[in-house]
Design a protein around this ligand. Structure first.
Ligand SMILES: NC(=O)c1ccc[n+]([C@@H]2O[C@H](COP(=O)([O-])OP(=O)(O)OC[C@H]3O[C@@H](n4cnc5c(N)ncnc54)[C@H](O)[C@@H]3O)[C@@H](O)[C@H]2O)c1
Length: 264
């Protein structure tokens, strides 16, 4: 199936590694030009290089998505290079405190959490999405074509212990997406969410290893396929929702999770 998005321009946040990088690579395979955002400039550049090495068109687009001015500057750089942003993938969602961070800093019992942790989590997940969408939505509406896909989490759909503020923030992105979908549908802009459960990335590897084989019991497909979720699972679903083929789908949440939760 031709996804019909060749030469479109995508901005993918938090894409220097993990799920975001795989999304960039998958979109580039479809002929999309990708702006690889990350908080850490070297990660953004390395991600763009990885895409270019495989024959795709990519530029590094470092910015802190929690900072509106930083996001506006990034969007201006992408527009001056490619003139348009057709696809926004809000993927950044696990706060990174240092470039060495490999462990999500969102975890821990709610009783031990504090305002600093809430701000870090809510700031990235909610303001990150608001800042990026605000910076691109008018251009998409004017051109009467756009796709906003946000990576949420099954934590936001069914709740996850030890991830209370994170679950709250991710659930907020669902409300954001449905409301915005209703505003911009008349401009042929769609707004949807992809909801992963545990997916193997640098952010989760240590935690997955600590769980041992027990973790697979929660995933009906894990035994048959002998694996957990991979970044490519999420990227394939994003590519579809970002495509021409998904023009009649908006305001929806699709869990890509091996059957971990099945929300009716
Ligand atoms: N990995 C999982 O198991 C899993 C499960 C459910 C949902 N998710 C969601 O998928 C998305 C990607 O997860 P991942 O595992 O690939 O994470 P990751 O930590 O491997 O990669 C995320 C990237 O985001 C960047 N980033 C952090 N703060 C940023 C900021 N302020 N501005 C710009 N970039 C920033 C980081 O530098 C990092 O390179 C997140 O939204 C996460 O909540 C992941």
């Amino acid at each position: 199936m031709d996804l019909g998005i060749k030469d479109r321009v995508a901005l993918v946040t938090g894409a220097g590694r993990g799920i975001g990088l795989r999304i960039c690579q998958t979109l580039a395979e479809e002929g999309v030009r990708v702006a690889v955002n990350d908080l850490f400039p070297e990660r953004a550049e390395e991600g763009a290089q990885a895409v270019r090495k495989a024959g795709g068109a990519a530029m590094g687009a470092a910015a802190d998505v929690t900072d509106a001015a930083s996001v506006r500057g990034m969007v201006e750089r992408v527009l001056s290079e490619w003139g348009q942003i057709d696809i926004l993938v809000n993927n950044a969602g696990i706060p990174a405190v240092t470039a060495q961070d490999a462990v999500p800093s969102t975890g821990g019992l709610f009783s031990g959490s504090d305002r600093e942790q809430w701000d870090r989590t809510m700031g990235l997940i909610t303001y990150g999405v608001l800042n990026c969408a605000r910076a691109v939505i008018e251009g998409m509406s004017e051109r009467r074509w756009g796709r906003v896909v946000s990576i949420i989490s099954d934590a936001g759909r069914v709740g996850e212990p030890r991830l209370v503020p994170y679950s709250m923030a991710k659930a907020g992105v669902i409300g954001f997406s449905k409301a915005l979908a209703k505003e911009v549908g008349r401009f042929c802009v769609t707004v949807n969410c992809i909801s992963p459960a545990t997916t193997e990335t640098d952010a989760t590897r240590a935690w997955i290893d600590a769980q041992g084989d027990q973790i697979r019991r929660g995933y009906p497909l894990a035994k048959g396929l002998n694996r957990l979720g991979q970044p490519s699972d999420i990227a394939n679903a994003v590519a579809f929702l970002a495509s021409e083929r998904a023009e009649w789908i908006t305001g929806q949440v699709l869990s890509v999770n091996g059957g971990y939760s099945m929300v009716g």
